[in-house]
Design a protein around this ligand. Structure first.
Ligand SMILES: Cc1cc2nc3c(=O)[nH]c(=O)nc-3n(C[C@H](O)[C@H](O)[C@H](O)COP(=O)(O)OP(=O)(O)OC[C@H]3O[C@@H](n4cnc5c(N)ncnc54)[C@H](O)[C@@H]3O)c2cc1C
Length: 447
């Protein structure tokens, strides 16, 4: 190794992923992590389930402790925020609780993640308004949930829906969605319709094509929200889940190249435009595997892969990110949904010649209890004769069939006349002799 000191900004999936891998590859390397929170390795994905009392100890959200890293010789500066970077002189300026300091680096890793987007109508701090991004957010919401009745969630995306499911219990939950349907960035209309049915079955009210125009509060506590169309909704707890943006404000007006939306531009080795500076996770723009298009994909599954790539490159092992498919999976009450590949907007905007099939079947044999509906969509590139994307909905984990479709998309397998014979497994509790994936592949090949 020709360098001596690595500074990592941000101590979550990406940052600590780099640290863990790099320390395994080169135990002697000096690493300093600068982390805003007083903990590291937050598994934010668990927050909705902590709020929903699925487990009691919020520390279970932390995959590893600061002391775990200290034991392997990593210096972790908690409650410390990087305010500025002097790229010319290879120094970061750190503001800790009571003091400012500088850290010099030989190699720098930026893993500052994403920050929740706050709707403009929320112009001040309220005592009962939260995002769902940190351990503290989760703890505050979990504490309040039993003291409130009327809960309003802004945004019917993945997180808004998970939170709705976990809060509904004895509470009245209303979701306000600006767009025409839930999960519109990830799923097509047919799947949004299934989500709407599931919400209504579970007494969650979804208001679409609407926004909060005004917030009524008393002593910094929200009591009511008023929508664009004048509808008034009682509100004891307001949750904002309208998405995240790259957390890169401290990098504005520097030489580091950002996209207009503030994501750090990286190449396939996760290197930025500046020498010795790497980045990955929710603060970067990455790329799609099939069309090599630029995508912002704030997912834990992307962050850990970027972390491995960065660690290996830092250790002198040439390594590249292979591209992403924006694969996501979500449970909305009993309904489970999975998706992978480019969405409809991308296909239309880029004039991709595509064809699709959408079919509904049963997930396993009728005589084994628990048989349920399953819906599958496959989309193919008509020119290349390969699959582009897939969406599925079902119950009892039947949607994990998406794994097999992902493999076909990942390798851009050509849909020839043999593809519908792909040797998928069958036994009565799991599937039918001719599985929905075989049927869908047969149809899409002939379409
Ligand atoms: C509620 C929720 C549910 C999710 N569910 C899923 C899921 O089911 N599946 C999935 O794949 N993904 C999910 N995600 C997304 C996943 O959590 C993120 O993609 C992942 O955490 C990104 O990791 P990261 O390290 O890039 O960024 P982050 O997790 O955002 O971490 C960045 C860290 O850097 C720190 N930091 C920021 N700026 C500075 C600074 N200037 N100085 C010092 N420290 C700084 C932050 O405090 C933070 O600790 C979910 C996210 C949330 C919020």
């Amino acid at each position: 190794m020709i360098f001596i000191k690595v500074v990592v900004i941000g101590g979550a999936a990406m940052g600590m992923g780099v640290v863990a891998k790099l320390k395994r590859l080169d135990p002697k390397v000096e690493i300093v992590v600068i982390q805003k929170n007083d903990y590291v390795s937050l598994g934010a994905c668990g927050i909705p389930y902590y709020i929903g009392n699925k487990f009691e100890d919020s520390n279970m959200l932390l995959a590893r402790k600061v002391s775990d890293f200290e034991k392997i010789g990593v210096q972790v500066l908690t409650n410390s925020e990087v305010k500025k970077i002097d790229f010319d002189n290879k120094k970061v300026l750190v503001q800790s609780l009571h003091q400012a300091s500088e850290q010099s680096y030989d190699k720098l890793v930026i893993a500052s993640g994403g920050t929740p987007i706050i709707p403009e109508v929320i112009s001040q701090d309220y005592l009962n308004c939260f995002t769902v991004n940190s351990k503290e957010d989760g703890e505050k919401i979990q504490k309040l949930r039993s003291q409130v009745k009327d809960i309003v969630i802004i945004g019917a995306g993945l997180i808004g829906l998970e939170v709705a499911e976990n809060l509904v219990g004895n509470n009245k939950v209303t979701i306000i969605e600006k767009g025409p349907r839930p999960l519109s960035n990830l799923f097509d209309q047919e799947f949004s319709d299934l989500v709407e049915d599931e919400l209504s079955k579970n007494k969650v009210k979804l208001i679409k094509n609407n926004e909060i125009k005004e917030i009524i509060c008393k002593d910094k506590t929200i009591t009511e929200v008023i929508l664009l169309d004048g509808t008034k909704i009682k509100c004891d707890l307001l949750i904002c889940s309208i998405g995240v943006r790259p957390n890169t404000d401290f990098l504005l007006d520097t030489k580091l190249k950002l996209t207009p939306r503030g994501a750090i531009v990286i190449n396939k080795n996760c290197a930025t435009n500046l020498k010795d500076v790497y980045a990955g996770g929710d603060c970067v723009q990455t790329f799609g595997r099939v069309y090599k298009n630029e995508i912002y994909s704030p997912l834990a599954t992307v962050a850990w892969k970027h972390a491995i790539v960065v660690a290996q490159n830092l250790a002198g092992i040439k390594s590249s990110f292979a591209g992403g498919l924006n694969t996501a999976i979500v449970k909305v009450f009993e309904l489970e949904l999975a998706r992978t590949g480019e969405n409809l907007n991308f296909l239309l905007e880029n004039k991709i010649n595509f064809k699709e099939v959408f079919i509904k079947d049963k997930d396993h044999t009728s005589y084994v209890p628990g048989q349920s509906d399953i819906w599958v969509k496959l989309v193919k590139d008509e020119n290349k004769k390969t699959l582009i994307s897939s969406q599925m909905a079902g119950h009892n984990k039947s949607i994990l069939r998406i794994h097999s479709v992902i493999s076909l998309i990942w390798n851009q397998t050509v849909l020839n006349e043999e593809i519908d014979q792909i040797d998928l497994p069958y036994a009565p509790p799991f599937s039918r002799t001719k599985d929905i994936i075989n049927i869908a592949l047969s149809k899409i090949t002939q379409t």
